[in-house]
Design a protein. Structure first.
Length: 94
């Protein structure tokens, strides 16, 4: 059931995207420094969205790596403390 709902929501999203592209198919003039080119508005908007998403992912990778390094350090501390507790409990039993 969960997969069916996911598939249906993906299908609705694709349909909305296609209708958006059809409604915004007028060509617009894209003027970048060395040349000019006419492209559909929907393609321009999708490209801007993709570039923004890519920049967001790139910006978050630093935070992700920092958090992974911190988690690794904390895991090493946990293992060290577990060994210490195990040694102290073995000495207390003797």
């Amino acid at each position: 059931m969960k997969r069916l709902l996911g598939f249906l929501s993906l299908l609705i999203l694709v349909a909305l995207g296609l209708s958006f592209a059809l409604l915004n198919s007028e060509p617009v003039l894209l003027d970048y420094y060395f040349d000019k080119q006419e492209i559909p508005l929907s393609l321009l908007l999708v490209g801007a969205l993709a570039v923004g998403a890519l920049l967001g992912v790139l910006a978050s990778t630093g935070i992700l790596f920092r958090q992974k390094r911190k988690a690794s350090k904390l895991n090493r501390q946990v293992v060290s403390l577990e060994k210490e507790v195990l040694k102290s409990s073995e000495t207390a039993l003797k």
